[in-house]
Design a protein around this ligand. Structure first.
Ligand code: ADP
Ligand code: MG
Length: 255
């Protein structure tokens, strides 16, 4: 498969008045088109830092990050979509105005792009709420709206930083599966940071296990399920437990 991103020997430290905090140490991996990488690791190990580097919001101290052979620069790359724990929908705008916001800001709101986004609202069951305010939506619908807003910009890659962790357990399960299937249906490449191992296994094509800060890669575990298997079918399959134990072991080894 076509290589999309190359992360090579990346290290990063924060420098503050209190001194230096090494966050990442010698990170290497590649992302291919259509991959869904799930990154797991202990809290505070450097997962969000890694996504900020991939998004071009931070510059690596050592090493390099390339997207289609071009350096992801600090200017921020327009073809990278970034979705966070909080959906950042604006209450003073309708759902439609919210999902069009990115295009509006980037001055790319053509009639075709608008049609495209309204089509996604229809496909993913939000069209009848297009004139509603974000507070009238359920937590799951809000995350879906946030995803459509991100997809509206047609990103090459989606970076998701614990986007479901603000939801309660049951909602998280359904919303996680729902968002995962939308990303798959749209044929997008994604990198998901999560501390939920089950979420990682039920959505990922590979799970990258990070160690304690400064995080290095402890293991990259390919997850193999039939193409057609839904997240729920993955969760109920006999292999699921084996993957879980394998990742759990990697996470807890020498700690
Ligand atoms: P994670 O997302 O895995 O929980 P982070 O990437 O947010 O971890 O943080 C990794 C480490 O870097 C933590 O020890 C955190 O305190 C530190 N850190 C994060 N952001 C900053 C910052 N802006 N300045 C200084 N230290 C930071
Ligand atoms: Mg984080």
């Amino acid at each position: 498969m076509e290589q999309l991103m190359d992360i090579s020997h990346v290290s990063y430290s924060y420098h503050t008045m209190q001194g230096e905090t090494p966050a990442l140490s010698n990170i290497n991996f590649t992302v291919h088109k259509g991959d869904f990488l799930a990154i797991v690791g202990p809290s505070g190990c450097g997962k969000s830092t890694l996504l900020s580097l991939l998004a071009g919001l931070l510059e690596p101290e050592r090493g390099s990050i390339f997207l289609y052979g071009q350096k992801v620069s600090q200017k921020g790359n327009r073809t990278i979509g970034y979705m966070l724990q909080h959906d950042h929908l604006f209450e003073w705008r309708t759902v439609e105005k919210n999902v069009l916001l990115g295009l509006e800001i980037q001055k790319k709101l053509t009639p075709e792009r608008k049609e495209d986004v309204l089509g996604m609202l229809k496909t993913y069951g939000l069209y009848k709420f297009k004139d509603a305010r974000p507070s009238q939506l359920s937590g799951g619908m809000r995350q879906r709206a946030a995803l459509i807003r991100t997809l509206a910009l047609k990103p090459e890659i989606l970076l998701l930083d614990e986007p479901f962790s603000a939801l309660d357990y049951q909602t998280r399960l359904t919303v996680g599966d729902d968002i995962g299937s939308i990303i798959k249906k749209e044929g997008k490449t994604a990198i998901l940071v999560t501390h939920d191992l089950s979420e990682a296994i039920s959505l990922g094509t590979q799970v990258i296990v990070l160690g304690k800060r400064p995080a290095g890669i402890k293991a990259i575990i390919p997850i193999q399920f039939p193409e057609s298997a839904s997240a729920l079918e993955r969760r109920n399959s006999p292999e699921f437990k084996d993957y879980f134990n394998k990742i759990w072991k990697e996470l807890n080894e020498n700690e």
